[in-house]
Design a protein around this ligand. Sequence first.
Ligand SMILES: C[S@@+](CC[C@H](N)C(=O)[O-])C[C@H]1O[C@@H](n2cnc3c(N)ncnc32)[C@H](O)[C@@H]1O
Length: 361
Amino acid sequence: MEKVEIVLNSLPMSGGDGPNSYSKNSHLQRRSASLLKETIDKLITEKLDAKTLICDSNTFCIADLGCATGPNTFFLVQDIIKSVETTLDSNSTKAEFLVFFNDLTNNDFNTLFTSLPQDRSYFAVGVPGSFYGRVLPQSSVHIVVTLAATHWLSSVPKELLDKSSKAWNKGKVHYSNAAEEVVKAYEDQFGRDMEKFLEARAQEIVSGGLLVVGMCGIPQGMPFSNLADSIMYTSMADVLIQMQSQGLISEEQVDSFNIPIYSASPEEVAALVEKNGCFSVESMELMDPTTWLKRPMDEEDVRQWMVCIKATMGSLFINHFGDHLLDDIFDRLTARLVGLTNEVESSYREKVMLFFALKRI
Ligand SMILES: C[S@@+](CC[C@H](N)C(=O)[O-])C[C@H]1O[C@@H](n2cnc3c(N)ncnc32)[C@H](O)[C@@H]1O
């Protein structure tokens, strides 16, 4: 099997099922995912010839890449199974379902498997490893789905940490409001990662099978600084610089901290899919994931948002700055963003979820 270069070992979401865990604080991702339910159902009904795909074995295989610890993955998988069953029923066919749950090796798979629904109608398998390489056997899966995961880059672009490079990202934490060279370094890293992702999936998905992706997106040509998330990243940088000035962390720690998340445009992904050449594009659109935010937003919305961000990105901060500073960093960040509610409210937060569905040729 091809060896893949690995990643930030601090990526996996907060494990367990305690009050700060991802499993208890992933309702925002869940709401975004629920927006896709109908779209995915329609795709399966209209674009997937499930009966032909399983003709030899009667086993229908689904993979969720970047599944974390649940429970979102369980809802998603159950919805997909229901849609496939409906299409099979209409052809008087029955199938057994096998679900591959994938995430990085240090994901909390114990929590995932101990919370598997008791009444599930599928067999469950864990496939640990980076989805930027192969995680499944050749032509072994009929639907691959991945939600809120492929905007995580495989690593922080190297140039960002090189003091002699124009892309050295001193005191910024992200490419929002950063130098052009920093933006380019993130874009190039995403391009390399997505190429590997598509190459691996092309090997794993059977001909006629589907690849369904939901991730952070952005309209082509829009600067990231227009987005509500930009205020969050800028505030993170402000908080860290404040803590540096108070002697709680070093300048070196601040300058070497970058969040490896990238928002792609549909055009960017479409070009990578075309270059890969193994898939047809069945759907490619930007959607509005923000139904969870009231309009106008209030303080409670901001607090809820930060609780989810802490459960999602907390390990990055723990790994870099230490466990003891996590609460302090997020308390300061939340307070700052509560004070910026109006700015967040008026920033662009409409079509920032990229959804695409590809069919293996
Ligand atoms: C925000 S969580 C989303 C989890 C789940 N899909 C959901 O919608 O709630 C992103 C997940 O992707 C995983 N992830 C990020 N990069 C990955 C990679 N290269 N390979 C496998 N999993 C990855 C993270 O560890 C994390 O569990």
